[in-house]
Design a protein. Structure first.
Length: 694
């Protein structure tokens, strides 16, 4: 009887101790602090192309690749294997698996070492949210917190939080980030072997990183497959096949396509982890980046390139290469050169011609004299230094003569020309006010970006209509009205479609065999910018090549540097049904050829009405011999020049004299032998000569 009382007392004390333990545990759970849940909301962001393909991404605020992931977006095989291997009673326990604890304790006592753990997925989530050094106290706190989290969150939310935060090596967290980075695919598309590897990695993420330790990663994968096959979680035959497969890892990680546009859209987007959507064509973008990188191989360090592609029908920006080498320091690859404001050289000329056509100042078949002109002291020269005399307005644009657009701009009015761009909300950038701007605007004396210039050219493909540029699917297709009249736009498009292709290129044609591309090139003063902008019925493509720091890029003309790259981009774009100059609007008064009214037969002064000669040294003549002994020691010699514009700057034996208004200059010469002289006029035109002074 006494023994029974002892047993009962012992039982009562045990029950009391258990109740006290449970009460203590309950109090601990109720008053336990929960790990900070902010990490559940701090995720990386992805940037998507129009077809849903990933272009690039941005790390989470803590520099991790981590994405919120739902179980429904992951391959069921992975979910099944994860639970079976890590926490087989996950869907039934309340944060702590008592059976697993007893099993682990028994194995530890039997083997005198830790054989298996008893951490549930909930406990692992606690550890991920608030890492602490291992130890008994930390483990007890982990248990208490796991119990509390189970009361706060549903099983589904806990599971999703774990698969979104589990470590996979380096700065990779969560199954989606791991699948994208290591396999280049969404986790819904995992193979059995890939799923097994992702189950194995969180146990020892650094020592099993497949990109750094492929042998250890494969061995861990195979252990998972064999273990789960032995427990009949997966079919043994399938496990055997997967074990024989080599480890196939994609080391490239998250793509880095269109980084400048991605950053641009990130800045304008909300500060959250929602995906950033674009209307880019991923295939075209990748090819355009390859074309840009290949083009840079031909140029020295410091030179860079930008490519911009618009779909004409809706203004969608489907190609955006802000730099041909985004990671280069020598090329300032971080600069978004699509938005950089530079001098367009001759690239604005088609817009001047279009406005002149619109106002019927000239007709494509009007005759104009390409000859020296002087308008209030402004004397433009042609790039090749040659004046062609009489030619058609059409030919003047094709040959990119400088005198003709200056004459046209003078008639249109600089302010009227500039105001046209203000009406569509994107004025040209000037160093002075519009009212102070001069005729140099026609030849590059205004600032424009590749984005703006390409956009303006898209009006030629859209019969003069400008459409708002679209970068994201949420950007509306919006018409900004007519930049120029349909008739004028079609006339310019027809002319530009006749511009000869770059050397070594054949003319591209549309499906019906007509001319496909109308384009214009430009080269700014000092070879600082090389441009080419072209269009067909479907797309408009702009290319800029130069140095981001604005230094000269000697020898790089728009026609030889930028135009071939532009043509390469058109090569990978779809063919339009008809050519660039085949608009729907009848040409009307701009029809060509036609009998023109008298006022449109010729524009400007006739050829020869303003004769001009280059500066020419008339004395001494080249190779002349002058007897120095007749003149004594130092001698004053009268040098003479004809033609050109004063003032003149003479150079004698490398020494430059002060500018002279007269065409005669008295030089003091003491040296004997060959005397080299030169003269430069106000326009920078030079003549050189040498004579013998003996």
């Amino acid at each position: 009887m006494k023994g029974l009382r002892g047993i009962a007392a012992l039982f009562a004390h045990g029950v009391l101790a258990a109740l006290c333990l449970l009460a203590t545990l309950e109090i601990s759970v109720r008053f336990a602090d929960v790990p900070g849940m902010e990490r559940l909301e701090a995720n990386a962001r992805l940037v998507y192309a129009a077809d849903g393909g990933i272009l690039s991404g941005f790390l989470a605020p803590d520099e991790k690749w981590r994405f919120a992931t739902g179980a429904e977006t992951v391959d069921p095989k992975y979910l099944q294997m994860l639970v079976a291997y890590e926490d087989r009673n996950f869907w039934h326990h309340h944060g702590v698996d008592g059976f697993a604890v007893m099993r682990a304790a028994g194995q530890a006592l039997s083997h005198r070492r830790v054989v298996s753990g008893a951490s549930t997925l909930t406990m692992q989530l606690v550890r991920l949210l608030d890492p602490k050094p291992r130890g008994t106290e930390a483990k007890l706190l982990e248990i208490v917190r796991a119990l509390k989290i189970e009361r706060m969150m549903s099983k589904k939310d806990i599971f999703n939080a774990y698969i979104s935060r589990a470590p996979f090596g380096g700065n990779v967290e969560g199954v989606r980030a791991a699948s994208l980075i290591y396999f280049g695919k969404e986790p819904s598309l995992l193979t059995l072997g890939e799923a097994a590897l992702l189950v194995a990695l969180p146990q020892s993420p650094e020592s099993r990183r497949p990109d750094r330790a492929p042998d250890e990663a494969r061995a861990a994968r195979d252990r998972i497959l064999k273990s789960l096959a032995g427990r009949h979680v997966i079919a043994e035959e399938e496990a055997t096949v997967e074990v024989r497969r080599p480890l196939q890892i994609r080391i490239a990680g998250i793509p880095k396509i269109a980084p400048h546009l991605a950053l641009r859209l990130k800045v304008r987007a909300a500060e959250d982890d929602r995906p950033i959507l674009t209307v880019l064509d991923k295939g075209l973008q990748s090819k355009a980046e390859e074309i840009a990188a290949s083009a840079l191989d031909r140029w020295e360090a410091g030179v860079n390139i930008a490519i911009f592609v618009i779909r004409n029908e809706d203004g969608a920006v489907i190609g955006y290469v802000g730099s041909g080498d985004p990671g280069s320091r020598s090329r300032d690859g971080y600069v978004d050169l699509i938005r950089a404001v530079r001098s367009p050289g001759s690239a604005l000329k088609p817009l001047i011609f279009a406005m002149a056509f619109e106002e019927l100042i000239v007709h494509p078949d009007t005759i104009v004299a390409d000859q020296p002109i002087d308008i209030a002291g402004y004397r433009p020269e042609n790039a090749d230094g040659v004046f062609a005399g009489d030619l058609l307005i059409r030919q003047a644009l094709i040959l990119s003569k400088n005198t003709v657009p200056v004459l046209l701009l003078d008639r249109i009015g600089v302010d009227a020309f500039l105001s046209r761009f203000r009406t569509v909300g994107w004025p040209l950038q000037l160093s002075v006010s519009d009212s102070q701007a001069g005729l140099a605007v026609a030849l590059g004396g205004a600032g424009v970006s590749l984005e703006q210039l390409t956009w303006l050219y898209s009006a030629f493909a859209n019969e003069g209509e400008l459409r708002q540029l679209r970068y994201a699917p949420t950007d509306a297709t919006t018409s900004l009205g007519q930049l120029i009249s349909p008739e004028a736009a079609n006339a310019v498009a027809d002319i530009l479609a006749d511009v000869p292709p770059p050397v070594g290129r054949s003319r591209l044609v549309a499906q019906d065999g007509t001319r496909r591309i109308g384009f214009k090139t430009g080269t700014s003063y000092g070879f600082r910018d090389a441009w080419a902008v072209g269009f067909d019925k479907l797309h408009t493509v702009g290319v800029w090549i130069g140095r981001p720091d604005g230094a000269p890029h000697l020898g790089a003309y728009g026609v030889s540097a930028a135009a071939p790259v532009m043509m390469q981009v058109f090569d990978v774009l779809p063919l339009p049904a008809s050519g660039a100059g085949s608009g729907h609007t009848p040409p009307g008064a701009l029809a060509s050829p036609r009998n023109l009214p008298e006022r449109l037969k010729r524009f400007g002064p006739a050829t020869g009405s303003a004769p001009f000669q280059l500066p020419t040294i008339t004395f001494p003549k080249q190779g002349a011999q002058i007897a120095a002994e007749r003149l004594g020691g130092s001698a004053a010699l009268c040098l003479k020049v004809s033609g050109g514009h004063p003032p003149y700057r003479w150079t004698v034996l490398g020494k430059e004299a002060e500018p002279q208004a007269s065409q005669e200059f008295w030089a003091t010469i003491a040296t004997r032998g060959e005397i080299k002289i030169g003269v430069t006029d106000a326009d920078g035109k030079v003549d050189q000569s040498s004579f013998w002074f003996e």
